[in-house]
Design a protein around this ligand. Sequence first.
Ligand code: ADP
Ligand code: MG
Length: 262
Amino acid sequence: MSDNSTYQKLRAHLAYLRLTAAAEALPAELDHATKKKLGHTAFLERLLDVEVAATEQRRKASLERFASLPSPWRLDDFDFDAQPSVDRKLVDELATLRFLEDATNVLFIGPPGVGKTMLAIGLARASIDAGYRTYYTTAADLAARCHRAALEGRWATTMRFYAGPRLLIIDEVGYLPLASEAAAALFQVVTQRYLKSSTVMTTNLGIASWGQIFDDPTVAVAMLDRLLHRSVVFNIDGDSYRMRAHRARADQLRKAVTTQNT
Ligand code: ADP
Ligand code: MG
């Protein structure tokens, strides 16, 4: 068999196996191997390395798209000095993602603007980077989606969807009161994931006020029971970060104006 027909066959094999990146890299890698006098093993390793890298990148991009994070925040962006009520050591520990192994839940409780969403997204980002299937939703979106699913006869599929991710972020629980159907959806999502996979929740309501989110206080109690059984809870207080920045700017402006006037 001529070199040329062997080469054509090799290309056909790579195409058949859908190793597109390797197929594309083949001519350059063959050249490189000839120039550097590489052995068969070294050549093959380099060629497959190209394909592995491409597959890895595709996987990352697909995890990223699936996760639907609303912003690119990372835990490193969080200014811990500005928010002393957040235990930095605990956040560092969570960033190792060991909490995913025993399905520990994380609850961020605090008033608006203190960085709850930022921390939740930071954890989500770490989880995506580590290759875990991660999904972000707000409680309101989850409720709306479950409502549609119920109408369209896709309840079971939708519940399976929320059970799937290794890490599920449910942001803004308690901002809006949940109708009993929505509360039931949230309850079922939490129950399905209980002891299997971690859920991160953010809420503006202290645990004692969770009865207000749900029409039915027994649902609130049962859900908290599952959420808190194995959990890390952050009670964040202090000023809104946004308001603080806003106030600092206003102060500067005021100072500038008063200096001008004197
Ligand atoms: P919450 O979800 O608690 O309402 P966010 O996480 O949305 O608050 O934060 C509000 C805004 O303030 C965002 O732009 C966020 O990036 C910023 N922010 C809040 N806390 C911090 C912090 N400690 N370091 C840096 N930025 C912060
Ligand atoms: Mg928020």
